[in-house]
Design a protein around this ligand. Structure first.
Ligand SMILES: [Zn+2]
Length: 363
């Protein structure tokens, strides 16, 4: 592995400063929920998203600075939240969203904890079970998606979770980000290796004989210190790897600049730009031609100042086309716009890696 670690001690320092600036808010104010059309394993349906205020991602708080693009910790209460309170908050949001639903729509429940649902330090075991028990009462819910780092995927916790929702799919979404250890460890500071992901996959695969448990791999499009062309290549290779490793779905997260991150600092200095929307389109094409599992491209920050961007003329047109392709899993048709030549020039000539590494050295 490459030992030139350009991030050095930068990340812990950035995280410390960012944490100092966090405005502490009570847990119930940090909870959120919404719903939208989505692609389920059984086909088109609805998703309900619920953000739960847990104490905060253990990795972001571990003292090594956490991930170079992530600021979820700023939305965490940074204090212990009792099981009782977590379950109460979940129940309120969940029931409110379920009441809004049309009758009998296949539904997926996505629980975001800004960290790892399977880490019992973040969500105590009795809260995990109680939340799943509430969900299990609803027949329209076909799948439950929880997020976790691979080190918290263990047979004991998973068995307990799965047995609360018999007949439903439990999907563990793991932020693999990249299949490349050098990118994941040195550029993203993710703190785990491919072999850790594979170990988690093994635990999950062994449970498949008893439960319907699956894995979604989150992949980051364009980590810092990566050129536009390398970002596309890495995204495509990473999706192919995730499928080989046994993931049931892949979800791409193109970079958006979040406050208090190293990514933001580089962006402010002109040493980083989120990917072109053209690049995300190219990734969809290349992946759909080589990978069979469903592939989702998250379009959340598209067309914003801090998100993936083409030009004002084509941003929303392309965003709509990608949302459509997420639902029906087709490849968006060819588009033309005058900004495309600039993107092509970026693919051919940009080499941000070298210039940014120097910029960090001369800091
Ligand atoms: Zn354009």
């Amino acid at each position: 592995m490459n030992t030139t670690q350009p991030l050095g001690n930068l990340l812990p320092e950035i995280r410390r400063k960012a944490l100092k600036r966090v405005d502490k808010r009570p847990p119930h104010e940090l909870a959120a929920s919404w719903s939208g059309d989505d692609l389920l394993y059984s086909g088109p349906g609805k998703s309900i998203f619920i953000v739960l205020p847990t104490p905060g991602c253990a990795w972001a708080l571990a003292g090594l600075g956490g991930c170079s693009m992530c600021s979820y910790i700023a939305d965490s209460p940074l204090q212990k939240v009792s099981s009782q309170e977590l379950v109460k908050i979940f129940k309120e949001h969940f029931q409110r969203q379920m009441q809004k639903q049309d009758i009998h729509v296949p539904t997926s429940i996505k629980i975001f904890v800004s960290g790892s649902f399977l880490n019992t330090e973040e969500i105590p075991k009795n809260a995990q079970k109680e939340i799943l028990k509430i969900i299990n009462e609803y027949e329209d819910v076909e799948e439950v998606v929880v997020e976790s780092r691979p080190e918290y995927v263990n047979e004991d916790v998973l068995r307990d979770c799965c047995s609360m929702i018999p007949g439903k799919i439990l999907e563990v979404a793991i932020g693999l980000e990249s299949a490349d250890d050098e990118i994941r460890i040195n550029k993203i500071n993710k703190g785990f290796a491919r072999k850790d992901f594979e170990k988690a996959m093994e635990v999950i695969n062994q449970l498949k004989s008893d439960f319907d448990v699956r894995v979604k791999a989150y992949l980051l499009v364009k980590p810092i210190l990566t050129s536009e062309k390398d970002a596309i290549d890495d995204a495509v290779k990473s999706a192919q790897y995730a499928e080989r490793a046994g993931a049931g779905r892949v979800s791409f997260c193109p970079s958006t600049i979040h406050k208090g991150t190293l990514m933001e600092i580089l962006w402010r200095r002109g040493a980083y730009q989120p990917p072109w929307i053209w690049s995300t389109l190219e990734i969809i094409r290349k992946v759909k031609n080589t990978v069979k599992i469903p592939v989702i491209m998250d379009t959340a920050g598209f067309g914003t100042r801090r998100g993936p961007f083409n030009c004002k003329k084509c941003n929303s047109k392309l965003k709509d086309a990608i949302i459509k392709s997420n639902i029906n899993q087709t490849i968006p048709e060819e588009f033309e716009c005058e900004c495309k030549v600039k993107w092509k020039a970026d693919l051919e000539f940009s080499d941000v890696t070298r210039s940014t590494t120097n910029l960090l050295k001369n800091r």
